[in-house]
Structures are given as structure tokens and as C-alpha cells.
Design a protein around this ligand. Structure first.
Ligand code: AMP
Length: 285
């Protein structure tokens, strides 16, 4: 496994060699502190491509000043060992300095899709994500890139920017990998206390139960309000949103029968923000 520390020339040389050999390149961007969800994406990329590049970069431009950029968990050595075991070909480890010029001024904004849900409380988040993903795509030049459905709105934002900017990259969405009790794996789960960790799986349970009722034809407004109450009763300290949206456009749906639905939520548990989402499929209700 090759580990490169952000040197763009070195990365380009290696990618150029592989491209010269006609090899297909897969890419998985991450912020590190890797868990089995990330590794599932790596395995998927290995199945889809001849060479797989994983980037680890805690991207400062997607954090607001009051958010957890400084305390975001980091474990470079552990991450490299995990990626090596999976058979990753190259790990790209840029730094803030090798990723952004001090006077960086160009941003990629995906209008509409970025504005609701997580975009309400994190107004700069998707601009930071879209910009860094575009930069990483330009650096790695992958044929295929794998993203997790865990960050469903982000997956749609990336799909849209690739379409709108004519990037020749296939975007593959991978299902959310969960702990045995249903909690979606996340680097931020490391923030949870023992008591919070006990409460956390209720998010998936309540989403799944609500999705089943919506799939059977229940009206969204009442079900979403009931879900909000159930989340608070389960012990979450704040419910940022629970929404039924169209799975591709993220337009609000009043009933699941109006189109392919996705139920998405963001909640707070003490100082930790958790997100999750599930499909709503009327035929499976
Ligand atoms: P992050 O390191 O949190 O930025 O995530 C990097 C990639 O891993 C993103 O495409 C995430 O959607 C994906 N990811 C994170 N957690 C999971 C999970 N539990 N299951 C599947 N994919 C995930």
C-alpha cells in the first residue's frame, strides 16, 4: 500500500502510471477514524475497480467555527493498518496546507439539495463538502467513487455536482452499515457516553417503525410528529428534523404513495449530533 502525504505531483505520477496501464480507479473519500462502514465502502470499491484510493482528510471548510473540527477523532496509524488489511492500493493524506491555498476563493455550491435538512443548521456544510469532493475528484481522477447512504443528503449532493459539472465519474451509493443493535456506524459515536450509547439505537428503531407506518399509507404530518415525540421520550435531547422526502429530489412528501420516499432525521444526544435515514417503500410496508 502506498501512503502519500498530500504531495499532488506524487499522487498524479502514480495515478498516471495506473491510467497508462488501462487500470480502472476507484475512490473512497473519508475523514478517517475508520470503522466497518468505511471499510465496506473500500471493499465495494475494490470489487468495482482495479486500483483503490482512499483519502483521509478532516476538511476544515465543512465545519462551522462552533463545531467539532478540533476534537474530531483522529487515528492515522490505526486507519492505515485497517486500509492495508483491506488491500487498499493508495492512501492519500492531504493536509490543510496541501489542500487549500491561504487565499482559496472558489466554491462549489449545489443549490436546492443543499438547503433543507442538514443545510438548515449547517449552512456552510454542503458547500465545504462539494468543494473538497470536487478538488479530490480532480486530484485522484477516479472512474468510480463510493459514498455511504448514511449521509444521504451528501450522496445526492455529490451525484448532482458530478452530473451538473460533467465529471466523468460513476457515483455508487452503499447501504448504511450498522452496529448489531441498529445504530448506524459513525466516527462521532466515539463521543457518546455509556448511557448515551444505550439510547442511540432508538433513532434507527423509531425511523424504521415510522417508515413502516408511512409505507402502509399513513399521513406524514401526524407520523412525523409522533416520531419526534418518540425520539424525545427515548432520551434524545433535541430533534433537529424528522422528514419524509422524495428519495431523489428531497422534495417533501405528504404521503409515501406520492413517490419513492426516504425518511431522514438529525437528533442531538447531549453534545453529539447523530443522523440516520431509511427508505420508505409502499410495497414493502
Ligand atoms: P466520513 O468519514 O464520515 O466523512 O465518511 C466517509 C464516507 O463513509 C462517506 O461516504 C460516508 O457516507 C460513509 N459512511 C460513514 N459511515 C457509514 C456507515 N455507517 N455505513 C456506510 N457508509 C458510511
Amino acid at each position: 500500500m502506498i501512503a502519500t502525504t498530500g504531495d499532488l505531483e506524487e499522487l498524479r505520477r502514480q495515478i498516471g502510471l495506473w491510467r497508462g496501464d488501462g487500470l480502472k480507479i476507484g475512490f473512497v473519500p473519508t475523514m478517517g477514524y475508520l470503522h466497518d462502514g468505511h471499510l465496506a465502502l473500500v471493499r465495494r470499491a475494490l470489487a468495482l475497480a482495479d486500483r483503490v484510493v482512499v483519502s483521509i482528510f478532516v476538511n476544515p471548510t465543512q465545519f462551522a467555527p462552533h463545531e467539532d473540527f478540533e476534537r474530531y477523532p483522529r487515528d492515522e496509524r490505526g486507519d492505515l493498518a485497517k486500509l492495508e488489511r483491506e488491500g487498499t492500493h493508495l492512501v492519500y493524506l492531504p493536509t490543510r496546507e496541501t489542500m487549500y491555498f491561504p487565499d482559496h476563493a472558489t466554491w462549489v455550491t449545489v443549490e436546492g439539495l443543499s438547503e433543507g435538512l442538514c443545510g438548515i443548521t449547517r449552512p456552510h456544510f454542503f458547500r465545504g463538502v462539494a468543494t473538497v469532493v470536487t478538488k479530490l475528484f480532480n486530484r485522484v481522477q477516479p472512474d468510480v467513487a463510493v459514498f455511504g447512504e448514511k449521509d444521504y443528503q451528501q450522496l445526492l449532493v455529490v451525484r448532482r455536482l458530478v452530473r451538473d459539472l460533467d465529471l466523468p465519474i460513476e457515483i455508487v451509493g452503499h447501504p448504511t452499515v450498522r452496529e448489531p443493535d441498529g445504530l448506524a456506524m459513525s466516527s462521532r459515536n466515539a463521543y457518546l457516553s455509556a448511557e448515551e450509547r444505550r439510547i442511540a439505537p432508538a433513532l434507527f428503531r423509531i425511523l424504521r417503525e415510522t417508515a413502516a407506518r408511512l409505507a402502509r399509507g399513513a399521513e406524514a404530518a401526524a407520523e412525523l410528529e409522533a416520531a419526534r415525540q418518540a425520539l424525545l421520550e427515548a432520551g434524545f435531547t433535541r430533534v433537529e428534523y424528522v422528514e419524509l422526502r422524495h428519495a431523489e429530489t428531497l422534495a417533501p412528501l405528504e404521503r409515501a404513495s406520492e413517490g419513492e420516499g426516504r425518511l431522514l432525521a438529525a437528533v442531538h444526544l447531549g453534545g453529539t449530533r447523530l443522523i440516520d435515514n431509511v427508505p420508505v417503500r409502499p410495497d414493502e410496508g
